[in-house]
Design a binder for this molecule. Structure first.
Ligand SMILES: Cc1cc2nc3c(=O)[nH]c(=O)nc-3n(C[C@H](O)[C@H](O)[C@H](O)COP(=O)(O)OP(=O)(O)OC[C@H]3O[C@@H](n4cnc5c(N)ncnc54)[C@H](O)[C@@H]3O)c2cc1C
Length: 340
C-alpha cells in the first residue's frame, strides 16, 4: 500500500490551491492529489471565473481581501490566465447601504436613473478557471503527486485514513482534505458530510452572441445577484443570474440550457439590458455546493479529515482563502502532515 502525509481529494480549483498551499506550509510532506476525471474538469471547468471584491459578512469580506491579493500575486508568478476588467455595480436606491457595506473597492456613487445607484468597482478580474487549476497543479507536480482518472471509492479511518481507489489499489494518508465540489453525495463521504447540511444548486450562465469591444466592462446588478461579463478571450458576453433549482445531482444534471433557463435569463436581462435579451441563445449549465449560511465551509469532520468547499457559486474567487483555512485546520491538528 502506498502512503502519503496528505491526500487532497478533488482536483478542482479548491483542491488545487489547497494542495499548493499545503506544499508551501509543510515542506517535505508527501502530498497526493486524487482526481476522478481530469484536473479542473468539474464545476471549475464551467466557471465564469469572475472575481469581484464583495462579501456579505465579515468573514467573507476578509476571505475576499485575502483571495484578491493572492490571485494578483500568483497570476504574476505563474502567468495564470487571469484578465483584469473594469467594472460597475448597480443597485436600487433602497439597497445602496447594503452595497456600500458589502463591496470593498467602490468608487464614487452616481444616479443613472431616479431610484438607481451605480458605482465604479475596482479590483475585478475574470479567469479561465480550468486553466488556472491546471497551471497550479502543473507547477506543483515536482513537489507532489497528481493522479488523474483515479476515483476515491471509499474512505476509512484507520490510524490515519485508508483510501480505496477506483482501480482497486489503496492509499494510506495521515491527513485528508476533501474538496469534492458538488459531489457531496458520493457514498465514500456522504455520511461524514451530512451534518454540514450542504445542498447542491444548479447554476446557469447564458452566452450572448456579440463580440465585446475593448471598452466593454463587467456590469454587476446587485439586486438580482446577476452580472454581464465581456469574455474578450472567447469573443462573446456571459450573463450570470440566479437559478433557484436545488438538489440536483452533478452526475445527471442536464448540461444544456432548458427552455425555462433561456426564458428566465431573458426575463432578467430585459429588466437591465433589454438590447442584450435577443442575443441570449446559448450558455453553460452545471451546479455547485451551498452551505446553510451561504458561506464556504472549512471543517474538520473527523480527526485528520478536513472538508473544504461549499463555496456557493464563489469557489473561484474565494479559493485562496478557503485553502488558507484548510491548511490552518491541518496545521492545528494534533500532528500535521510533515510530523511523521
Ligand atoms: C456556470 C457556473 C459559473 C460560475 N461562475 C463563478 C464565478 O464567476 N466566480 C466564482 O468565484 N465562482 C463561480 N462558479 C463557482 C465555482 O466554479 C465553483 O465554486 C468552484 O469551481 C468549485 O471548485 P471545487 O474545487 O470545489 O469543485 P470542482 O471543480 O467540482 O472540483 C471537484 C473535483 O472533485 C472530483 N471528484 C469528485 N468526486 C471524486 C472522487 N470520488 N474521487 C476523486 N475525485 C473526485 C471531481 O471530478 C472534480 O474535478 C461558477 C460555477 C458554475 C457552475
Amino acid at each position: 500500500m502506498d502512503a502519503v502525509d496528505l491526500a487532497v481529494i478533488g482536483g478542482g480549483v479548491i483542491g488545487a490551491v489547497t494542495a499548493y498551499e499545503a506544499a508551501a506550509a509543510f515542506p517535505g510532506a508527501d502530498i497526493a492529489v486524487l482526481e476522478r476525471g481530469l484536473v479542473g474538469g468539474g464545476a471549475t471547468s464551467r466557471s465564469a471565473g469572475v472575481h469581484f471584491p464583495r462579501g456579505a459578512t465579515a468573514r467573507v469580506r476578509s476571505m475576499t481581501e485575502h483571495s484578491h491579493r493572492y490571485w494578483q500575486r500568483l497570476a504574476a508568478e505563474l502567468g495564470l490566465p487571469v484578465h483584469p476588467t473594469r467594472a460597475t455595480v448597480r443597485a436600487s436606491a433602497e439597497r445602496a447601504d447594503a452595497v456600500r457595506g458589502a463591496y470593498l473597492e467602490l468608487g464614487a456613487e452616481t444616479e443613472p436613473d431616479p431610484g438607481t445607484r451605480e458605482w465604479v468597482l475596482d479590483g475585478c478580474h475574470y479567469a479561465d478557471v480550468e486553466g488556472v487549476a491546471r497551471a497550479i497543479l502543473t507547477d506543483l507536480r515536482p513537489r507532489a503527486t497528481v493522479w488523474e482518472g483515479v476515483e476515491v471509492a471509499a474512505l476509512d479511518g484507520d490510524d490515519g485514513w485508508v483510501l480505496t481507489l477506483g482501480h482497486g489499489e489503496t492509499l494510506r494518508a495521515r491527513r485528508v482534505v476533501l474538496a469534492p465540489g458538488p459531489w457531496i453525495a458520493h457514498p465514500a463521504w456522504a455520511d461524514l458530510i451530512a451534518p454540514l447540511g450542504l445542498r447542491v444548486k444548479k447554476i446557469v450562465a447564458a452566452h450572448l452572441d456579440t463580440v465585446p469591444g475593448p471598452g466593454d466592462a463587467l456590469a454587476v446588478f446587485d439586486d438580482e445577484d446577476a452580472f454581464v461579463l465581456p469574455l474578450h478571450h472567447r469573443g462573446h458576453f456571459l450573463f450570470s443570474y440566479t437559478c433557484d433549482e436545488w438538489d440536483v445531482d452533478p452526475d445527471t444534471v442536464e448540461r444544456g440550457l432548458a427552455p425555462s433557463d433561456l426564458a428566465d435569463a431573458r426575463a432578467v436581462l430585459r429588466r437591465h439590458a433589454p438590447n442584450l435579451a435577443p442575443l441570449c441563445r446559448s450558455g453553460r449549465v452545471f451546479c455547485d455546493a451551498y452551505s446553510p449560511a451561504r458561506e464556504p465551509v472549512v471543517a474538520e469532520l473527523c480527526p485528520g479529515l478536513v472538508f473544504a468547499g461549499a463555496a456557493g457559486g464563489s469557489g473561484y474567487r474565494l479559493a485562496p482563502a478557503i485553502a488558507a483555512e484548510a491548511v490552518a485546520a491541518l496545521a492545528s491538528a494534533t500532528s500535521h502532515p510533515s510530523n511523521r
